[in-house]
Write a protein that binds this ligand. Structure first.
Ligand SMILES: NC(=O)c1ccc[n+]([C@@H]2O[C@H](COP(=O)([O-])OP(=O)(O)OC[C@H]3O[C@@H](n4cnc5c(N)ncnc54)[C@H](OP(=O)(O)O)[C@@H]3O)[C@@H](O)[C@H]2O)c1
Length: 250
């Protein structure tokens, strides 16, 4: 089966490409560096022609509110139009848990991406994941003021990129759900505690302060603002195992 992975050079994209190639599929790892650009439209129609499945794992180079919204809207429109024109049978996209009930600029852009998919008429599956463990450093940096990292004690359930890629590959090979599948890591704990464990394990001396008023990328958050409310498929890799694996690679 021909499967095109938009963002096939990224964190989740490169892992998903490897898994699907190993199971014998013809996989195109598409990205601007290989001449496929969903913003300009360059190479998109040619890349998706003849594909049964397209997996959208692209991400915006900038997370600034207006830029990220424009990225997911333009990229989604161009990609879905090419898929409709070439008769793609399954569009898979990776989104984020709670984007429609927790507010920040990046989440608003992902809501816009999901709406385009739902309105496209192309059979689809949207996978909403919790935050990647690989994103813990980015979260700490965005919540830091000098040597202090302020985080609210809300529930947090990060998932490892290896688990995300395995589930994305499995979903891509199954029939389109015409809806959303939620996925999360195996362990749920207070946000500040998980980030503190991560920083300690990687030898980052910044102190994590529990601050119920601290925001998440500028938005207010409550106890369940970042975790699945209903049933979610759980990954296998917990934080300790992920830290062991990352440290053995380093
Ligand atoms: N971070 C999280 O915690 C989290 C949680 C849930 C869901 N997600 C979602 O997961 C998805 C994948 O994230 P990631 O961290 O794996 O991304 P990433 O590592 O930043 O990779 C982004 C990919 O997008 C490609 N790309 C950038 N601009 C493009 C364009 N104009 N046309 C085509 N491809 C383009 C990049 O190609 P180049 O290498 O050529 O630049 C790269 O392959 C995103 O949609 C994100 O919203 C993230």
């Amino acid at each position: 089966m021909k499967i095109v992975i938009i963002g096939g050079t990224g964190l989740i994209g490169s892992k998903t490409v490897a898994i699907l190639r190993q199971s014998g599929h013809e996989v195109v790892a598409a990205s601007p560096s290989s001449g496929v650009n969903t913003i300009t439209g360059e190479g998109v129609k040619g890349a998706v022609a003849g594909a049964q499945v397209v997996i959208d794992l692209a991400n915006s180079p900038s997370f600034e509110d207006k830029t990220v919204l424009e990225f997911f809207e333009t990229s989604g429109r161009n990609l879905l139009a090419a898929e409709a024109a070439t008769g793609v049978g399954h569009h898979v996209a990776l989104s984020i848990v709670a984007i429609d009930r927790t507010d920040n600029g990046y989440f608003r852009a992902k809501v816009a991406q999901e709406k385009l998919i739902e309105a496209s008429g192309i059979p689809y599956t949207i996978i909403r994941a919790t935050q990647f463990m690989e994103f813990l450093r980015g979260i700490a940096d965005s919540s830091a003021d000098g040597n202090i990292v302020r985080l609210p004690p809300i529930l947090f359930q990060p998932i490892a990129a290896d688990d995300v890629a395995a589930i994305v590959a499995e979903v891509a090979l199954a029939a389109p759900r015409g809806g959303i599948v939620e996925i999360a890591g195996p362990e749920r704990a207070p946000f500040n505690e998980i980030v503190a464990r991560y920083l300690k394990a990687v030898g980052d001396s910044r102190a994590v302060v529990r601050d119920p008023e601290a925001r998440y990328f500028g938005g207010r958050v409550e106890e369940r603002s970042l975790v699945p409310l209903g049933e979610a498929r759980l990954g296998r890799i917990d934080l300790d195992e992920w830290l062991r694996r990352s440290q053995s690679k380093a």
